[in-house]
Design a protein around this ligand. Structure first.
Ligand SMILES: Cc1ncc(COP(=O)(O)O)c(C=O)c1O
Length: 510
């Protein structure tokens, strides 16, 4: 058979199929959801995965008891229902193009393994094994894992530490410039902005600094995807000039858990390499339920983002006003923006200092959960942070205010605040003496924690939240780091990533 002839016939067939496909490339459509509906409207039946048959079978699913039968109906196979095996209806690719247009990117990819996957992919795309990247030291643990996966060597740059609030903000552009000048070998700069506490760095100046050194700026803006959809929020990383930006759809828009997007612009990121490394990491059976929720979030926020996110800001401001009147509580104020490392602030991250009640953030969070059935997004050694989103109506806010008043009342007579004298990041900084990949994946041994100072860490140990490792693989451990971790655990913090969660032993390079 003539192969050229066969290829031509297949191409013609694919074109015809695309024309017959179920979707439109129009911002008012949601291609994935439209294709799922079309699958059911056509009375299609797929003898492929998922085995649950997307609501076309006979067996009732146990999980439908709490997830509802619709969750299953919304989850046909991406390549045997939502699209066909050649993907010639271009359902997901069209949805990704529409997303890219909505956020001003040239390309967007959808992850069903959270921003964690996208952070891995970003690092794998920008550095070859053994090459250096300049990375802010306040990265989420996924970035340190990405160093292990990629084999890149980090040159850490310190964010500004705010002594008043004992919290790290963003990296100052001059500091990035200085580190890049000292390290012309660096292949990319990686920044984490906004922080968990809602504080953004000056991304525009950071991008200019990276570009002056002819390298891309990668931003993990997991907490800032909504900035593209509301003019009352800080400028988005892409709008500010980042070459690659990562946003969690489930953190700020209405994607299901684990949904995230990676977007690029310009020509500093090799898009072919990016797509190849993305394919290494993404599941071969990504869920239509998850992918469809990314697509639907884009459509909804493109249409209603100004209104929905604006309402979230208004409600967060109401909460802030109420908190200011509660004795013993202290707010991380909007006025942090403008200070060093803090270019802009997202008021929906309502960080409430509870030191005045003689509590740690950990114990205040536990009290709210046990006595008021209220969970908060973040608790640290001195504050709690309820996150206010577009989904919170007035009732939620009023309930939270009542709960905070009760918290204050119940602790009005409490003993004075315990000693919160914790080390600043500068005191904890350790020297990186080995590639994180070699330290993590090479030969290791466990040593009693008091004997670990001077040894090279083979693990990352992070108080969670915020999930920023205190020790990263490849760093030479110090007494200060060991003391700090012990102090955080004693205060009620959770520690993740340690091979021995009791912290009696540390895993070090053998
Ligand atoms: C800055 C940052 N990057 C990446 C992640 C990982 O995101 P995900 O949990 O969606 O994998 C998080 C999670 O909290 C984060 O805060």
């Amino acid at each position: 058979m003539d192969v050229d002839q066969l290829r031509k016939e297949n191409e013609e067939k694919a074109e015809e199929e695309q024309e017959r496909g179920p979707i439109k490339s129009d911002p008012g459509s949601a291609p994935v959801g439209d294709a799922v509906e079309d699958f059911h409207n056509r009375d299609a039946l797929a003898f492929g995965i998922p085995a649950h048959r997307a609501g076309t079978g006979e067996v009732q699913h146990d999980a439908a008891r709490w997830a509802g039968p619709q969750a299953f109906r919304a989850d046909p196979g991406m390549n045997n229902g939502v699209d066909n095996r050649h993907q010639s209806w271009q359902v997901e690719s069209t949805a990704m193009e529409l997303f890219a247009e909505a956020v001003g990117a040239d390309q967007t990819l959808f992850s069903t393994n959270g921003s964690t996957l996208n952070v891995h992919v970003a690092l794998l795309a920008v550095a070859h094994p053994g090459e250096s990247v300049v990375m802010a030291r306040n990265g989420h643990k996924s970035a340190f894992a990405a160093l292990v996966l990629s084999g890149a060597m980090p040159i850490y740059v310190d964010p500004v530490y705010d002594e008043r609030w004992q919290v790290a903000h963003g990296v100052e552009p001059d500091e990035l410039d200085r580190v890049l000048a000292a390290h012309p070998e660096a292949k990319a700069a990686i920044m984490f902005t906004p922080t968990y506490y809602g504080v953004s760095a000056d991304v525009k100046s950071l991008a200019q600094a990276a570009h002056r050194h002819d390298i891309p700026l990668v931003t993990d803006d997991a907490w800032g995807l909504d900035y593209s959809f509301c003019s009352r929020l800080p400028p988005s990383a892409l709008e500010s000039g980042a070459d690659l930006a990562i946003g969690s759809v489930h953190k700020t828009l209405n994607g299901f858990g684990q949904t995230s997007v990676l977007s690029t612009q310009g020509d500093r990121i090799d898009s072919e390499r990016l797509e190849l490394v993305f394919e290494l990491e993404q599941s071969t059976s990504a869920s239509a339920l998850l992918i469809g929720s990314i697509d639907a979030a884009r459509r909804q926020f493109q249409r209603e983002g100004e209104e929905l996110l604006g309402a979230a800001i208004d409600r967060a401001l109401l909460l802030r006003e109420a908190v200011e009147l509660i004795p013993g509580l202290d707010l991380l104020p909007e006025s942090v923006a403008g200070g060093p490392g803090a270019f802009a602030f997202d008021p929906t991250h309502v960080s409430i200092d509870v030191v005045g009640l003689g509590l740690t953030g950990f114990s205040a969070a536990d009290w709210l959960r046990d006595h008021q059935r209220i969970h908060v997004e973040l608790a640290d050694h001195r504050r709690i942070m309820p996150l206010i989103t577009f989904a919170d109506g007035n009732e939620n806010i009023e309930r939270l205010i009542r709960a905070l008043r009760e918290l204050a009342k119940s602790h009005a007579e409490a003993d004075p605040a315990p000693d919160y004298d914790i080390a600043a990041p500068a005191e904890l900084r350790m020297e990186t003496v080995m590639l994180p990949r070699e330290a993590f994946l090479g030969k290791t041994e466990d040593v009693p924690w008091r004997q670990s100072a001077g040894r090279i860490s083979a693990e990352m140990i992070c108080p969670y939240p915020p999930g920023i490792p205190i020790t990263a693989p490849g760093e030479r451990l110090t007494e200060e780091a060991v003391d700090y971790l012990e102090q955080i655990v004693a205060m009620g913090g959770m520690v993740e990533g340690a091979s021995d969660e009791s912290l009696e032993t540390f895993r070090v390079v053998a």
